[in-house]
Each structure stands twice: as structure tokens, then as C-alpha cells.
Design a protein around this ligand. Structure first.
Ligand SMILES: CC(=O)N[C@@H](CCC[C@H](N)C(=O)O)C(=O)O
Length: 373
């Protein structure tokens, strides 16, 4: 018999939605919340997100757990019997896990309250443009602001039962990157009368890849990835326009500034050498995920005493997470939850092991009970 939270995960898995369009996801979670005993619960919605307050027995603090809600524009290739019903979209970053675990935490504390209050936040748009920052500013959260926050992220590379975490930086600073190149289209046979943006864009991608290797201190990790390139309309037409879409990751804020400066310089060089126009849009930025050292070390010590979990002290990752904005304001931490699958995050075959769901609910609820005692 399936755990109700595995069942919920399977339902959520079938309805992945883009950021701030998580309408069916929100409704499914609201329907689930409506089935719980209501005496300790207060529920608010904010855009496509949900805020759930669970009243404690004799509260002196307020804990927070945050789960992100959005899916990714990926066509699922898992072969699972409960695949995405939304063509071209998939929960390929584990947000279906994060939400079902969040629901497990709510359910546990409505039935077994602790002394303190708990706020569970179902947050839209983590993959972009970022729901954390506007949710933190939302009127609906102001009188429910937690004193401490916890969140987790699934980790394909660790076995089920492993929790990986570290004090201080866990995830990188990020900035999206959108570059539009504008030249002059024309006939494929008359290149001298046109200004080919496929050539300019490919040159630009090559030059961008020299920034991390030549301009950033190798001891200060950084990544520039161009994940999407669009240009041209037909094989015998010279492309007037090209668009590059990517992301920048850095462990230090100084490197982020430096990389942005170098990208502007590369763009100016491309404009001069190809006689074209290059426009840069930085999209949304996420703050690094900085785990509060004292709380994280305390959590790690507490984990060492649990017999169903193996603690692994990991290194930083160049992933981004807008949970970093919560941690900038509220002390807390994020940790990796082992889900043991050969395919990585953002992969069409990502198939996390569902045994991790109940283990995570057990770990988080036990930790919050320990903190509240
Ligand atoms: C955990 C994870 O995979 N997060 C995303 C966050 C994306 C931020 C933004 N849209 C960007 O691409 O910069 C990630 O890609 O790391």
C-alpha cells in the first residue's frame, strides 16, 4: 500500500506547471489541506502559492518549512506509469517531492502538534523568475514571518537515507542571461550583402566560454552556461537575428560583478567586429544559499544520533535556489535529500526513489519536535 504522500507526489508529478502558473498544483494542495483537521490550521493563498499556519500548543517561536512548486519545460522520458499530463513539462527538479514532503509535515503537525507554531510555505516559480523574493514581501506573510527556516532539495547522486549538508554556502549566486543579436538578413548566396547573426552568436558563445577560464580566479568557482540558442528561419536565408539564453553561477558576489562586466565587454567587441547590435538582459538573480553555521552544525550533530539517516558533509554546489532570499532574512538552512537516481536534476529521465519521501517527513518532523521541546 502506497503512503498517502507518495500518492500525492504521483498526482503532482502529472501536472507540472510553469512558474506563477501552478493553478492545478495549488488547487490539488488546497483540496488536500481541506481534508485535514482544521482546528489548528489557517490557510492563505498568495498568487499561485499557499501559506499554511499550524498553531502549536504553547508557542514561543515560529518555524518555517518551504517547498517550491513549479515544473520545467522538459519532455518527460521516464517511462513511469504516472507521467506528466502536460506536454513539454516535467517535474524534473523534484518539486513534486518537495511539496509532498511539505504536505506530510503539515499533516503530521495537525495531528501531533508541538509546542511552537509552524508555517509551511508552498512557493511558486523557483525555476524562474523567482517566487521567494515577492513572497517574502507579500502582505500575507508579514504577520507569519518564521523565526527559523528549513528547506530541502532532492539529490540524485546520494542513496536514500543520506542527508548531505554543510554550514555556510550550499548553493551559488545566480543570474539569468538573455542576449539578443541583431544584424541584417539576406540571401544565402549573397553573404557580402548581409550580416549573419549565426556567425556572430556562435563566436560570442565561444568568447563567453573564455571568461571563466581566463578572467575568474580558479579558486573562486564560477560557471557560464548557454542552454538555448535560437537563430534563422530557413537553410538558404542568412539569419538577421539570434538569441542566446543562459545562466551565470558564482560562489562570490565579486565574481558575479566581474563576469557581468566581461560579458558586456565581449558584447561590445561582437558589436564592433560584426557591425551588429547586441542587447543583454540579466533576467532574475538569486542570492546564494547561505546556511546559518550554528543551526546547521546543531542539525548535523542531531542527525548523527539518528539511526535511519547517514549524514554526509558535502561541498558547495553551483545550483541556484531562491530559498537563498529566505536565508538572507531568516536564519536556517537547506539540505540535500538523497534520492538515488542515475539521471541528474533537469534530466528527462530523472526518477527519484520515492522511499525518500516518508524518510524526509520523519526527519523534518522529528527535528522540529526536537527544536520545539
Ligand atoms: C535547484 C535548481 O536546479 N535550481 C535552478 C534555479 C534556476 C535559477 C534561474 N532560473 C537561472 O537559471 O539562473 C538552477 O538552475 O540551479
Amino acid at each position: 500500500m502506497l503512503s498517502p504522500f507518495v500518492e500525492l507526489r504521483r498526482q503532482l508529478h502529472q501536472i507540472p506547471e510553469p512558474g506563477f502558473q501552478e493553478f492545478k498544483t495549488q488547487q490539488l494542495l488546497l483540496d488536500q489541506l481541506a481534508k485535514l483537521p482544521q482546528d489548528r490550521l489557517t490557510i492563505r493563498t498568495w498568487r499561485t502559492g499557499i501559506l499554511v499556519y499550524i498553531k502549536g500548543l504553547n508557542p514561543s517561536k515560529r518555524f518555517g518549512y518551504r517547498a517550491d512548486m513549479d515544473g520545467l519545460p522538459i519532455t518527460e522520458e521516464t517511462g513511469l506509469p504516472f507521467p506528466s499530463q502536460h506536454p513539454g513539462y516535467m517535474h524534473a527538479c523534484g518539486h513534486d517531492f518537495h511539496m509532498s514532503i511539505g504536505m506530510g509535515v503539515v499533516t503530521h503537525f495537525t495531528e501531533n502538534p508541538i509546542q511552537d507554531d509552524l508555517v509551511v510555505l508552498f512557493q511558486p516559480a523557483e525555476e524562474g523568475p523567482g517566487g521567494a523574493l515577492p513572497m517574502l514581501a507579500a502582505e500575507e506573510l508579514q504577520d507569519w514571518m518564521p523565526d527559523q527556516m528549513v528547506a530541502l532539495h532532492i539529490a540524485p547522486e546520494y542513496p536514500v537515507g543520506t542527508i548531505a549538508v554543510r554550514p555556510e554556502i550550499l548553493f551559488a549566486n545566480t543570474s539569468e542571461l538573455f542576449i539578443d543579436l541583431l544584424g541584417k538578413g539576406g540571401h544565402a548566396a549573397y553573404p557580402h550583402q548581409a550580416n549573419d547573426m549565426i556567425i556572430a552568436a556562435t563566436q560570442m558563445v565561444g568568447q563567453l566560454q573564455t571568461i571563466v577560464s581566463r578572467n575568474v580566479n580558479p579558486l573562486d568557482s564560477a560557471v557560464i552556461t548557454i542552454g538555448k540558442m535560437e537563430a534563422g528561419t530557413k537553410q538558404n536565408i542568412i539569419a538577421e537575428k539570434a538569441r542566446l539564453e543562459g545562466t551565470i553561477r558564482t560562489l562570490s558576489a565579486a565574481s558575479m560583478d566581474k563576469i557581468k562586466g566581461r560579458i558586456e565587454a565581449v558584447a561590445a567587441g561582437i558589436e564592433a567586429s560584426f557591425e551588429c547590435q547586441v542587447a543583454i538582459d540579466w533576467g532574475s538573480n538569486y542570492r546564494q544559499v547561505y546556511n546559518d553555521p550554528a543551526l546547521t552544525v546543531e542539525f548535523m550533530d542531531w542527525l548523527r544520533g539518528r539511526d535511519n539517516v547517514t549524514l554526509y558533509e558535502c561541498t558547495e554546489a553551483m545550483t541556484g535556489e531562491d530559498f537563498g532570499y529566505f536565508l538572507e532574512k531568516i536564519p536556517g538552512f537547506m539540505f540535500w535529500l538523497g534520492v538515488d537516481t542515475p539521471h541528474g536534476l533537469h534530466h528527462a529521465k530523472l526518477e527519484p526513489n520515492e522511499d525518500a519521501i516518508d524518510l524526509a517527513i520523519d526527519t523534518i518532523t522529528a527535528y522540529l519536535r526536537y527544536k520545539s521541546s
